[in-house]
Ligand binder design. Structure first.
Ligand SMILES: COC(=O)[C@H](Cc1ccco1)c1ccncc1
Length: 130
């Protein structure tokens, strides 16, 4: 009902704010746009579910997220894909893996510090009811 739409509107505002803060962080530049399949032709063979911060922002606006859990699942895809595709010991792989771990830790810290538990429970109950 109307209260549910008010809740989901507030969820989208929170998710846009978190996504924009991550996208503005220089460490996360490689995560802001899809990996270019022309540049990296084998990427889509190795990584079955590509994800990036611009795609997440589009999904927020398409009302794809009803809970923060669903949003975090997509952020987790970003850094897990980076760890999987860039496993080697060379400096370039080590740098993107360090940044992937920073993306994970930064996102989970923002959620821990800024998501109200009661608000989150209301979103989870809306998801269960649909
Ligand atoms: C999320 O970004 C990536 O996984 C690409 C993969 C990639 C390999 C070659 C070109 O791009 C990446 C970008 C920057 N530094 C390392 C790897």
């Amino acid at each position: 009902e109307e209260q549910e739409e008010d809740t989901l509107r507030e969820l989208r505002l929170f998710l846009r704010n978190v996504t924009e803060r991550l996208s503005q962080d220089k460490r996360f530049k490689a995560f802001t746009k899809p990996v270019d399949i022309e540049e990296v032709p084998d990427y889509i063979k190795v990584i079955r579910h590509p994800m990036d911060l611009s795609t997440i922002l589009s999904k927020v606006d398409l009302h794809k997220y009803v809970t923060v859990r669903e949003f975090v699942n997509d952020v987790d895809l970003i850094w897990k894909n980076a760890l999987e595709y860039n496993p080697d010991s060379d400096p370039s792989d080590r740098q993107i893996r360090h940044r992937a771990c920073a993306l994970k830790d930064t996102t989970h810290a923002i959620i821990r510090d800024e998501l109200d538990e009661d608000f989150n429970r209301i979103c989870e109950q809306i998801r269960e009811a649909r």
